[in-house]
Design a protein around this ligand. Structure first.
Ligand code: CP
Length: 314
């Protein structure tokens, strides 16, 4: 690490804004925090007195809970607000809601929203740090960081690895952030999925579009499957789930034939078992799916800590 390096991000909006040095700094910080979760008393005073609001407009299990656990392990005061029980249901705009949250002096607002760009919009209207917990089809940066952390723990590096991402690339903010993160760190990212799930500009993100899953998975060090994002599709974009599973589902036969024997099996969750991934793969050799969740707490502790180091910055 360059001795002049400084982490200078008050907000975490996407992988796009992070350099490779930023990503490694976040990962190294996360590693240093990871052992706190294994202590008998899982709490440090690092963020004592800080107020963190989790504001989720879309459902979440892993991201919302792990941000809350991360904040509590660092002694911050955390508050959760869901769109369905907020005054957004009475017609209040996102900006008005955010300005009202700001009036209660939070230090960090973590937001998940169905509209791409919503977290970036908030940075122009509130003084708190904003962390993007997933915005539309745009980015899910903390997911990509925990994915990179998990791969680095197992493989000892990212540069030179073959990463296969299979499924609904077009509607997946996880795919977008993962492609950007792995490509920035020097991995070769290959993607595959039905034509209706492939964004036109995928190569500009740093991925190679493959004609088949077999091609994407060939010699892969990592195989990641993605859920079909039905909530972001007005009309069905595939003929049937049975056919999708047959042609694009990750199964043991496919892995044994094409992937490296020590390939890691990943999924950001939630999994639709038997659709994008067979249960024996999700629970079998090489699966690190639950390690991804464990690392999510450490990565989110690191993000909360690092953005709080930017207090006073604009
Ligand atoms: N990976 C992920 O974002 O999961 P949740 O939707 O449960 O947060």
């Amino acid at each position: 690490m360059n001795k002049d390096y400084r982490f200078e991000h008050k907000h975490i909006l996407g992988i796009e804004q992070l350099s490779a040095a930023d990503i490694f700094h976040i990962l190294d910080t996360a590693i240093s925090f990871k052992e706190i979760s294994n202590r008998p008393i899982k709490k440090v005073p690092t963020l004592k007195g800080k107020t963190i609001i989790n504001f989720f407009f879309e459902p979440s299990t892993r991201t919302r809970l792990s941000f809350e656990i991360a904040a509590k392990r660092m002694s911050a005061d955390t508050f959760n607000i869901a769109a369905s029980t907020s005054s957004a249901t009475k017609g209040e705009t996102l900006i008005d809601t955010a300005r009202n949250l700001q009036a209660m002096s939070p230090d960090i607002i973590i937001i998940r929203h169905g509209s791409s760009g919503a977290p970036g919009l908030l940075t122009r209207h509130v003084g708190a740090s904003i962390i993007n917990a997933g915005d539309g089809t745009h980015e899910h940066p903390s997911q990509a960081l925990l994915d990179v952390m998990t791969v680095r723990e197992h493989k000892g590096k990212i540069e030179g690895l073959n990463i296969a991402i299979v499924g609904d690339i077009a509607h997946s903010r996880v795919a977008h952030s993962d492609i950007l993160a792995f490509a920035k760190l020097g991995a070769k990212v290959r993607v595959a999925g039905p034509a209706t799930f492939m964004p036109a500009m995928v190569e500009s993100l740093g991925a190679q579009a493959c004609a088949s899953v077999a091609e994407a998975v060939s010699d892969a060090d990592v195989v990641m499957a993605l859920r079909i994002q039905k909530e972001r599709q007005d009309d069905p974009l595939i003929p049937s789930l049975r056919e999708y599973s047959q042609f694009y589902g990750i199964n043991r036969t496919l892995l044994d034939k094409y992937a490296r024997p020590d390939a890691l099996i990943m999924h950001p969750g939630p999994i639709n078992r038997g659709v994008e991934m067979n249960p024996d793969v999700a629970d079998g050799a090489g699966s690190v799916i639950l390690e991804q969740v464990t690392n999510g707490v450490a990565v989110r502790m690191a993000l909360l800590y690092l953005v709080m180091g930017q207090e006073g910055a604009e």
